[in-house]
Design a protein around this ligand. Structure first.
Ligand code: SF4
Length: 326
């Protein structure tokens, strides 16, 4: 380890002042402390924000669901408003990490977690995300678990969050508080594709912190579910995953929200799949035709070409699970 300072913020003002001076926010600590132990991250100051009042889960009068940034993953997964209205969110949380981690890790921290690319965590390896301009060891090395969509020449690391896939499907937004006040960003815009700057992963400024994530109102009842495909049944990141949310009226699909995980540098909405579903009646043929579009634009590497077909099958299966149909 190396020296760093630690302070516990007693209110927002204190937190923002310390964050604006370069302090790194910490709450559950399940992600950042790992990276510090491996010296991938070396913050000079930690600001503990776990005492801030950001632990509420609320539904406002119009039906928007707001989850405070410091709500623990396990609390959110078990909350009746989350479980009852958006099973896809509960399931994504329950399929993430171990029970011990879910009891500690927060919603905000989950959104902010960094890639599991092994080269990113090996400080002796070339990695554009950790050391811009140094190269990408994954391209010529082991990249079986890496992304096939939204990649760049600079980086092909897959985004690790299951929760973010469910939230992306539901068009969730991220609420931020910083020295210049509050702002709200769509999750899809908050998590940045690598492009030429893979070291910049979120649209967040110095001193800003996440206060909540919010899911807008959707047509009810919205049937939803999350499927995670991985090498082993527990404590493993997704090779592919599917978040599917469908609203049917009169036997016809009126709303379709579909996103994929494990295959993109960010959680990816699949608009081509959604478009194919709208206005149709559930059927095995429809699920197959819609899922066939899931990997449009994929740019796999030799070691992860299998993900193209695996993604289509993951989406198809979860469409069938949520939507039924003969
Ligand atoms: Fe680094 Fe991204 Fe390449 Fe992994 S895929 S080595 S995180 S640049």
């Amino acid at each position: 380890m190396y020296p760093f300072t630690f302070m516990r913020a007693s209110d927002f003002q204190e937190a923002l002042a310390a964050g604006s001076s370069g302090g790194r926010y910490i709450a559950g600590g399940t992600s950042l402390l790992d990276l510090m132990r491996e010296t991938v991250e070396r913050p000079g100051a930690l600001v503990d924000i776990s005492g801030l009042p950001l632990r509420d889960i609320t539904v406002n009068s119009s039906g928007r669901l707001r989850i405070g940034a410091l709500v623990r993953m396990a609390e959110a997964a078990a909350h009746p408003d989350v479980r009852g209205t958006y099973p896809v969110v509960s399931q994504a949380l329950e399929l993430s990490a171990s029970a011990q981690l879910r009891n500690m890790a927060t919603i905000g921290g989950n959104i902010m977690q960094r890639t599991r690319c092994p080269y990113f965590r090996d400080v002796t390896a070339a990695c554009n995300k950790r050391a811009p301009g140094s190269g990408c060891s994954a391209r010529g090395g082991s990249h079986r678990s890496h992304a096939i969509l939204a990649t760049s020449e600079q980086c092909v690391a897959a985004h690790p969050s299951d929760l973010a896939v469910a939230l992306a499907a539901l068009d969730a937004s991220v609420h931020l508080l910083g020295p210049d006040g509050e702002r709200t960003v769509r999750l899809a815009d908050f998590l940045l594709r690598p492009g030429e700057t893979p070291d910049r992963e979120q649209d967040i400024d110095l001193g800003e912190l996440i206060t909540a994530v919010e899911i807008p109102v959707h047509s009810r009842p919205l049937k939803s579910g999350y499927l995670k495909v991985r090498d082993r049944q527990s404590y493993e990141f997704a090779l592919t995953s599917a978040a599917v949310c469908l609203h049917l009226r009169g036997g016809v699909i009126r709303t379709a929200k579909v996103a994929a995980g494990g295959v993109g540098t960010v959680p990816l909405k699949l608009p081509a799949v959604e478009r194919r579903l709208i206005g149709e009646r559930p059927s095995k043929r429809l699920w197959a035709e819609a899922a066939a579009r899931a990997a449009d634009g994929a740019r796999p590497l030799p070691g992860n070409r299998f993900k193209v077909e695996l993604l289509k099958r993951t989406i198809e299966r979860q469409l069938r699970v949520v939507g039924g149909g003969e």
